[in-house]
Design a protein around this ligand. Structure first.
Ligand SMILES: Cc1cc2nc3c(=O)[nH]c(=O)nc-3n(C[C@H](O)[C@H](O)[C@H](O)COP(=O)(O)O)c2cc1C
Length: 233
């Protein structure tokens, strides 16, 4: 048992609450997160499991002037058509049910924020909010070394990312993983002075969620466990 105030709460219930209340946050308040809280989150995330305990994540967290310079640089790179992903990504690669889920997610999000399917310019503007970190005061950039075909290391970065996001939720914060930030890997390395040998998988904007924003009232459903899990006796 753990105690929440004077109420005993089972660890499973507490974990359940954190996992179920986490969701991708796409609108943040400008209020900065105290450095001590950011340290607490990264200390939690450091406990993520990894292949052979290699802990291959190299995390760069930008706040303040660095955050602003980074956003400016990647918006400029986008404007100039300078896309530099370290790893490929195309929505067209999602076949069958994965394509359906991806399309359903996009449709639900745009509906929630009141953008019609055919409103291409408005959609583009909404997508570009990724590059201003959805107004978050902080962004974590997830770098990794090249090891073999990178799949195992990428799995480790995913473990870290979810631990980080769950810790944000447990601290009353919110965040969102963003593959889109990885499209500007070269630009981000240049601004932060990261060695070119380190590859960027995704970024995570984070801060205090703007609870008044329609972007944060939207929740995407999850498939039933029968679609994902096979149980054997
Ligand atoms: C690795 C990863 C990359 C993602 N990249 C983006 C992104 O670039 N932009 C975005 O708006 N959402 C991004 N998402 C958020 C997903 O759309 C979101 O996790 C999914 O729709 C499920 O919703 P939930 O996080 O609220 O459960 C990403 C999520 C993950 C795990």
């Amino acid at each position: 048992m753990i105690y929440n105030g004077d109420t005993p709460v089972s660890r499973a219930q507490s974990f359940h609450d954190v996992v179920r209340s986490r969701h991708s946050v796409r609108s943040f308040l400008p209020t900065p997160v105290p450095p001590s809280v950011i340290r607490s989150v990264v200390q939690d995330a450091q406990h993520a499991p990894s292949n052979c305990n290699t802990q291959p994540w190299q995390v760069h967290i930008a706040s303040g002037a660095t955050r602003d310079a980074l956003s400016k640089a990647i918006l400029a790179a986008d404007e100039a058509g300078h896309i530099s992903p370290d790893f490929s990504f195309s929505l067209d690669d999602f076949h069958g049910v994965y394509g359906e889920r991806s399309r359903a997610q996009g449709a639900a999000y745009y509906q929630a924020i009141g953008i019609a399917r055919e409103a291409r310019d408005e959609r583009r503007t909404a997508t570009l909010r990724n590059l201003n970190f959805f107004d978050a005061p902080h962004v974590a950039l997830m770098f990794m070394p090249v090891v073999g075909d990178c799949v195992r290391v990428a799995g480790d970065i995913g473990m870290y990312g979810q631990t980080f996001l769950l810790s944000l939720t447990a601290h009353g914060l919110g965040g969102i993983a963003q593959t889109m930030l990885g499209f500007y890997a070269e630009t981000i390395r240049a601004v932060l002075g990261v060695d070119p040998s380190m590859k960027m998988l995704f970024g995570m904007s984070f801060g205090y969620p703007d609870t008044n924003s329609a972007a944060n009232h939207y929740r995407i459903g999850k498939a039933s466990i029968e679609e994902s899990v096979t149980l054997y006796d």
